[in-house]
Design a protein around this ligand. Structure first.
Ligand code: SF4
Length: 373
């Protein structure tokens, strides 16, 4: 499988109160040096290997200028054997784009835009500290279409403070109406010191009960399927041919190189992670020092475990013959006893050479996957 190239852009115009990603406030001078450092890292990793996806993730990559994105794509093209039809994704926040910028990103070589919409309700967006409102999100999608993008994804978040199942259905219905090519649905996860936790306590905002969260998820998947989307991963649905080719590499035991601060890479048994701090990343890149702070070779069993955990997230599930071919392991022989109760409850389904989660199993994926530990 060709490589995926991930480029991390750690800048945001404001920090959302629930965010636990590797990001910081936008600083134009730091950004200039960072883009230079990124291009340098890409070039020094050059080995001419075949690659077919580039993913600008963040942070907010759409804060970069289209010319900077073009420069980074050029660095990838010079350093790797990039397929002519490569998928090049840019994550964008609605408030950072307009018709002109999107047209310029497309001109720069971006083929797919992933919009961080999160909700189509202004009250929910305000509680999350997002800078955009629903109207801006709608316009961003229209602008992306006007710029000629035929591959647009939206992120939506469920189980937000004060969100009722009815409010969630409103956001999903609105998304269906706007007809993106791909949707990612995430459950809000509150890390221990998230400022949103304190805010929720002060404002007495609550989360819907667990049962409602499950209902929100199941309802959305049914609604999206009825609208012509296909669920292909626990949190992702797409129109035919519009699955995220880049993200599939993470779930299909593929290989990818991550560039930028905190970026992870996996290639065969080798896995490494870059230094997380933006300033230190730039300093190391500028002096030509090693950017990785952790580098290891995964033992065979760990590779197999990773392949099982990620592969089971896909709707098609695991290809047991492929696993046997790659790892010399009969999954059912090794884990059948632990999996049997889940199979009896309909949470996992074994069909010929595949093992997959049923939709109810997707809600309890962590419990099912514990069978592999
Ligand atoms: S825009 Fe995204 S990366 Fe930036 S702070 Fe908000 S959630 Fe985090």
């Amino acid at each position: 499988m060709p490589l995926g190239l991930y480029l991390h852009v750690p800048f945001c115009a404001a920090i959302c109160n629930y965010c636990n990603f590797n990001r910081g406030l936008f600083d134009p001078a730091l950004k200039d040096r960072y883009v230079e450092a990124l291009a340098r890292e890409v070039r020094r990793s050059a080995d001419g290997a075949r690659a077919d996806t580039i993913f600008f993730g963040g942070g907010t990559p759409s804060l970069l200028e289209p010319a900077e994105i073009a420069r980074l794509i050029a660095a990838c093209r010079e350093s790797f054997d990039l397929d002519a039809g490569a998928e090049v994704t840019l994550e964008a926040n609605p408030e950072t784009v307009d018709a002109d910028r999107l047209a310029a990103f497309r001109e720069a070589g971006v083929t797919r835009v992933s919009l961080g919409v999160q909700s189509f309700r202004d009250d929910e967006l305000a509680r999350l500290g997002r800078l955009h409102g629903a109207a801006r999100a709608r316009r961003a999608l229209a602008d992306a279409r006007a710029a000629g993008f035929d591959n647009v994804s939206l992120d939506l978040m469920m189980w937000l403070p004060q969100q009722t199942p009815a409010a969630w259905r409103e956001s999903v219905d609105e998304a269906v109406l706007l007809s993106p090519d791909h949707l990612s649905l995430y459950l809000l996860e509150l890390y221990p010191n998230a400022p949103l936790r304190e805010l929720m306590q002060r404002a007495r905002w609550s989360l819907a009960p667990d049962d409602d969260a499950a209902e929100m998820y199941l309802w959305a998947m049914d609604r999206l399927e009825a609208a012509g989307y296909q669920q292909y991963e626990i949190s992702n649905v797409a129109r035919p041919d519009r699955q995220s080719r880049h993200n599939l590499k993470y779930w299909q035991d593929g290989a990818w190189l991550g560039f930028g601060c905190g970026a992870h890479s996996t290639r065969g048994p080798d896995r490494w992670r870059n230094v997380a701090s933006t300033a230190e990343y730039i300093a190391r890149a500028e002096t030509g020092s090693d950017l990785a702070v952790e580098r290891r070779t995964r033992p065979r069993d760990e590779q197999l475990g990773d392949a099982l955990f990620t592969g089971l997230r896909l709707s098609v599930g695991l290809d047991l013959e492929e696993i046997a071919r790659r790892y010399g392991v009969d999954v059912w022989d090794r884990y059948g006893e632990a999996l049997t109760p889940f199979a009896a409850a309909g949470l996992v389904i074994r069909e010929r050479n595949r093992l997959r989660l049923g939709r109810a199993g997707m809600l309890l994926a962590n419990e099912v996957m514990a069978a592999f530990v």
